[in-house]
Ligand binder design. Structure first.
Ligand SMILES: O=C([O-])C(=O)C[C@H](O)[C@@H](O)C(=O)[O-]
Ligand SMILES: [Mg+2]
Length: 440
């Protein structure tokens, strides 16, 4: 292996001596989507990689069992390697077996993140370790992560306000934390939520998570937003809940105010059928979620914007590769988000800062997370995060906070350790089954 374990300029020893994995449960509000509702707590995995010199890099990824069972043996294999050996992270991942039942006939979070393959599972684990290696390497070299990716092309990264239909609180009788967002179950509730987003964070564009109510109500919500925030870029994302015809009807009703329509219908073929009959751009984080899916989707002109997500695309450098492919095909790129904490927001911001063809505000769930493992939260100002020039990611772990969220994970009887939005919905509605798609 030719990757140096000693940094020539600084003399820092980059050898990995310890990897610490801490599964946690993070409070999550009752956000509704096409599958059901978010659980009161969601699993995340915090990764700490330490070098011989005692430098520690931080990473974050999904924390459900299927990720933990890969992350544990993978972490062991990294001891003795260099944090600079970023390509080696993928080689080592191929040595970790993925259980067949984890991928056979499976989709990712009920399909919210598209297909589930062994490769994608591995990449979803590698990404957290890649971020931790980059953080450690940056600290060792005195360079921010964006510099390790080639350097920032912007000083701030814009995010959109991610609006959700939501209940005022989780169902009574189960452990949960109260949030201060209130209920939003109709157009006026959504506008009120958007006003709160704007007041607290300054977001200029908004995305509404749809596929919850019949399309007429969701059209009314977007119309109400357009009226309340004239000129703001707006997006609607029903996670594939509509047929091709319904998709076209909704697009027709909203085409004057939509920046893009996100995953109106399921699968590349149906997206291509919609795309062929509208000029409104279609975005996806469902039918293009792996490199293998790009060729068909792009050659059929099924999507005009790909919403990358460094967690399942395999890290920050793969995200840049994806952006380069999109650029070559004239396809736009932006960022998808699931529930995540500040380590991931910092990582998203570093990579987004380096992508020249990023022309849409990125998604982020972070405002919905009242808890974090950082000593200082990452701040949104005027709807954007300032790109840090501090070494590494530029964030600091608060061990007490990490320990408290880990204790919650330890105390859990197992129910919250797997994200399952349909099961969470059944707590309120025992007959709930995720509807067959297209639902409308
Ligand atoms: O399609 C999307 O943008 C997402 O899947 C984002 C999130 O997963 C969101 O839908 C959620 O967590 O409910
Ligand atoms: Mg989406």
């Amino acid at each position: 292996m030719s990757v140096p374990v000693t940094a020539p300029a600084t003399g820092a020893d980059l050898t990995i001596t310890d990897v610490r994995l801490t599964p946690i449960l993070v409070a999550d509000p009752p956000l509704l989507n096409a599958q059901g509702v978010h659980q009161p707590y969601t699993p995340r995995l915090i990764i700490e990689i330490t070098t011989t010199d005692g430098i520690t890099g931080l990473g974050e990824t999904y924390g459900d069992t299927k990720y933990l069972e890969l992350a544990r043996p993978y972490a062991q294999k990294l001891i003795g390697r260099s944090v600079a050996d970023l390509n080696g992270l993928f080689t080592v991942a191929d040595e970790v077996a993925v259980a067949k039942e984890r991928v056979d006939d499976q989709v990712d979070v009920g399909g919210l993140r598209g297909v589930q393959t062994a490769d994608k599972l591995r990449l979803s684990v590698v990404s957290g370790f890649e971020v931790a290696c980059l953080d450690a390497l940056g600290k060792a070299q005195g360079l921010p992560v964006h510099a390790l990716l080639g350097g920032k092309v912007r000083d701030t990264v814009e995010y959109s306000g991610y609006l959700f239909y939501k209940w005022g609180e989780h169902p009574k009788g189960i452990d949960s934390e109260q949030d201060d967002w209130g209920e939003a179950l109709d157009p006026s509730g959504i506008v009120e939520q958007a006003r709160t987003f704007r007041r607290r964070y300054g977001f200029r564009s908004f995305k509404l998570k749809g596929g919850v109510f019949e399309p007429g109500q969701e059209i009314a919500a977007i119309r109400a937003l357009a009226e309340a925030f004239p000129g703001s870029p707006l997006r609607l994302d029903p996670n594939g809940a509509w047929s091709v015809d319904t998709s076209l009807q909704v697009i027709e009703a909203l085409k004057d105010v939509l920046e893009y329509m996100e995953d109106p219908t399921l699968g590349t073929a149906a997206m291509a059928a919609v795309s062929a009959r509208t000029d409104t751009p279609l975005a996806t984080n469902m039918c293009v979620t792996t490199f293998d899916e790009i060729k068909e989707a792009f050659t059929r002109d099924a999507v005009q914007v790909v919403l990358s997500d460094h967690h399942y695309w395999g890290g920050l450098r793969n995200t840049r590769d994806l952006a380069a492919i999109c650029r070559a095909f004239g396809v736009g790129v932006s960022m998808h988000s699931n529930t995540h904490l500040g380590i991931s927001l910092a990582a998203m911001t570093h990579v987004a800062a380096t992508v020249p063809n990023l022309h849409h505000a990125c998604d982020s769930h972070y405002p919905w997370q009242s808890e974090d493992v950082l000593s200082e939260r990452v701040a949104f100002r005027d709807g954007a995060v300032t790109v840090s020039d501090a070494p590494g990611l530029g964030v600091t772990l608060d061990r007490d906070k990490l320990d408290a969220l880990h204790q919650r994970w330890l105390d859990d009887d197992g129910q919250m350790r797997e994200r399952d939005d349909a099961a969470a919905m059944r707590v309120a509605d025992p007959d709930w089954e995720t509807p067959a798609f297209p639902r409308w």
